[in-house]
Design a protein around this ligand. Structure first.
Ligand SMILES: Cc1cc2nc3c(=O)[nH]c(=O)nc-3n(C[C@H](O)[C@H](O)[C@H](O)COP(=O)(O)OP(=O)(O)OC[C@H]3O[C@@H](n4cnc5c(N)ncnc54)[C@H](O)[C@@H]3O)c2cc1C
Length: 382
């Protein structure tokens, strides 16, 4: 089934099915692009928005298997955290993408082998990882189109669109992320891993990598420190939720007793149909869960700029939220946050312990990160 869970309940069900049926075979099957994508979890949209968390996914898998039997899957899940932690520490790379992508009009070439992936992306909002790599390589190196325009084309359509995984995945294919190392789409690789491929028309075998000049400021900035939850005795507070974390009730914020709950989104003005539909479903589910958990109705906000008025309406001088990560949510939040103290509103930003623990290790490449963090996932009996 080619479906992508958009509620917490269906995401947990998918996780449990994946653990029972596919996780053990993942290292062997994960690179094959097959109809329905049964060899991979299809949990990326749920994970990106934390309908389920990385921690929950790994706990479920490691409860069933020895670490060494599922190490590849654990590693892939942790790639998401690694990219996020890296981008948090290199915001100049995100700013460079924003600068470049807003001035470009991304139109993919048509009439060749990648049409099927373009159509699948438009229709479902999802592509298998290998298809994303081929498509991005074809865009950057064969057609010599700007990587940021391709990244923008993906971002507006993917149901799992994520500032870190998308921007840094594209930069890696383009040859910017790992200095001098680009990814090329080769005919024999497509023929081997794309099980129902048709004629591989329009793929140039002789293509050479074309690595663009680096325009981003890659300086590293220190990670801000956030508590996991508001300090004890937080008093009257409101909770503000957003697309980065749709299961805050399962975190330390689940214990807060707020006088108001708000949920922002979906907010992306350029989001295409499949992406918008997935986010609408996920947020409808989230608002219902939070209303039940906190015992008060969840107010829906359609943009960050509406936060000030909403807080004034609720009449509470303290707001608690998960700090948004580098990307569009943080860009939307920053000016709103800057204006709140003048309106007499105190802000408490929190972060999951998972991110606080793992982000500092994401300073250089993935493998040094993995060397530093791998032991975290090994329990003594595995
Ligand atoms: C050019 C390009 C753009 C991408 N853009 C995005 C994006 O916007 N959002 C996004 O979530 N992923 C992105 N990815 C990563 C990856 O393709 C998807 O996360 C993956 O296809 C998810 O499918 P799945 O859940 O079935 O994966 P599975 O194989 O089941 O993997 C399990 C989980 O591991 C994580 N994961 C797997 N592969 C990667 C990876 N390469 N990078 C980071 N995390 C990974 C995801 O959370 C995924 O849900 C991109 C990759 C490339 C090459």
């Amino acid at each position: 089934m080619n479906d992508f869970p958009a509620t917490r309940e269906t995401a947990l069900r998918r996780l449990s099915e994946f653990v029972q049926t596919a996780a053990a075979d993942y290292a062997r099957t994960r690179n094959f692009v097959t109809p329905g994508h049964a060899g991979v979890s299809r949990l990326s949209a749920a994970l990106r928005h934390r309908l389920v968390s990385e921690e929950e996914v790994l706990a479920a898998v490691l409860a069933e298997y020895r670490f060494t039997a599922v190490e590849k899957f654990v590693q892939e899940v942790v790639w998401r955290t690694y990219w996020k932690g890296w981008l948090e520490q290199h915001p100049g790379v995100w700013e460079d993408y924003v600068r470049q992508s807003t001035t470009l009009e991304p139109v993919p070439p048509s009439g060749g082998v990648m049409d099927r992936f373009t159509e699948e992306l438009e229709a479902t909002g999802y592509l298998h990882n290998h298809a994303r790599m081929w498509w991005a390589a074809w865009w950057c190196h064969q057609h010599r189109l700007p990587w940021a325009a391709g990244a923008r084309f993906f971002y507006d359509r993917l149901i799992d669109a994520d500032a870190a995984s998308n921007t840094l995945g594209w930069r890696w294919v383009a040859g910017l992320q790992t200095a001098g190392k680009a990814y090329l789409a080769r005919r024999d690789n497509l023929a081997k891993y794309w099980t129902d491929h048709g004629p591989l028309d329009g793929l140039d075998e002789a293509v050479q990598a074309r690595i663009p000049a680096e325009t981003a400021d890659r300086s590293r900035v220190p990670l801000p420190e956030y508590p996991e939850a508001p300090p004890h005795g937080e008093g009257r507070v409101v909770l503000l939720g957003h697309a980065e974390d749709l299961s805050i009730e399962t975190t330390a914020l689940g214990k807060v007793r707020p006088v108001g709950v708000g949920l922002i989104g979906p907010v992306g003005a350029h989001d295409r149909e499949a992406k918008r539909a997935w986010q609408t479903a996920a947020m409808t589910d989230t608002a219902a869960r939070w209303s039940q958990h906190y015992g008060i109705p969840t107010d829906r906000l359609d943009r960050w700029e509406a936060v000030g008025d909403w807080l004034a309406q609720v009449g509470c001088g303290k707001v608690v939220l998960m700090a948004p990560f580098t990307g569009p949510e943080a860009d939307g939040w920053r000016p709103v946050r800057a204006a709140l103290p003048a309106a007499g509103i105190e802000v408490i930003e929190c972060r999951r312990a998972w991110d606080t623990r793992l982000f500092p290790a994401a300073r250089a490449g993935f493998f040094p990160f993995w060397q530093k963090t791998r032991a975290d996932f090994l329990s003594p009996d595995r």
